[in-house]
Write a protein that binds this ligand. Structure first.
Ligand code: PEP
Length: 238
């Protein structure tokens, strides 16, 4: 079971350090079989080996080792932190930052070339959801265009766009229907859910047969809250 916190553009370097220390201390004392990941802002990255119980990842990177890509970060810079886990395809990058499917596939290929672990995000907008399950699946499969689904170091985070940061999670039944359909083609790939996950809905979501964890934004911004979510996930696994 993977539980990943996505900080987006939240937390300073100082508050990220306090967060990671608190979380690591908690994980030192609390035995969990959950894989815990944190994706801080790039300016708040620390060496991945600094916190023994937490894997640190990058929310973004440019698909190049280094070079003339103003404002971006390449494999050379991520390598300095020992970071080998990345998010690709988050809807905030697809929609707000206008990353195309072609560019996303390029990022995927580059991450694969480097052997990085990928959390690959997909999700439909509200108007597609309103057109029903078939429309949703057609949209979601199109978000795999150009992506090597046989890569063994990637997992998928299904994150309906209308559920991200809105406080309105998708219903467990709808999540199950989508994850089961994804499973039919993605076989052994772990499938996560993301979109307004919180302490009230986490256990019903991760209890779903096809659900292998959660990608969490707002509810994971506070270290104590994230620890609570880890405890809930652990109880589901028992
Ligand atoms: C996310 O950003 O991936 C996310 C799921 O955010 P939230 O939990 O706040 O909806």
């Amino acid at each position: 079971m993977i539980l990943a916190a996505n900080f987006k553009a939240n937390h300073t370097r100082e508050s990220t350090a306090s967060y990671l220390e608190a979380l690591n201390l908690f994980l030192d004392a609390y035995q969990t079989s959950c894989d815990v990941r944190v994706f801080p802002a790039i300016s708040s990255l620390f060496r991945d080996d600094l916190y023994s119980h937490i894997k640190l990842g990058a929310q973004n990177f440019y698909p190049a080792v280094s070079g003339a890509y103003t404002g971006e970060i390449g494999a050379q810079q991520l390598g300095e932190f020992g970071v080998k886990s990345v998010l690709i395809g988050h809807s905030e990058r697809r929609v707000t930052l206008k990353e195309t499917q072609e560019f996303i596939a390029k990022k995927f290929a580059f991450a694969k070339e480097n052997g990085w672990e990928i959390i690959y995000c997909i999700g439909e907008p509200k108007d597609v959801r309103d057109n029903g399950f078939e429309a949703v699946m057609e949209y979601l499969w199109s978000e795999f265009d150009g992506v090597d689904i046989d890569y063994d170091r990637f997992c998928v985070a299904y994150e309906p766009i209308w559920a991200i940061g809105t406080g309105v999670s998708a219903k467990a039944l709808d999540i199950a229907q989508v994850l089961d359909a994804l499973k039919s083609r993605l076989h052994s790939t772990a499938l996560l859910y993301g979109g307004s996950v919180n302490a009230e809905n986490l256990s019903s979501i991760i209890s779903l047969t096809s659900c292998g964890g959660a990608l969490i934004g707002n509810a994971a911004l506070d270290a104590a809250n994230f620890c609570k979510l880890i405890q809930i996930a652990q109880n589901v696994q028992k």
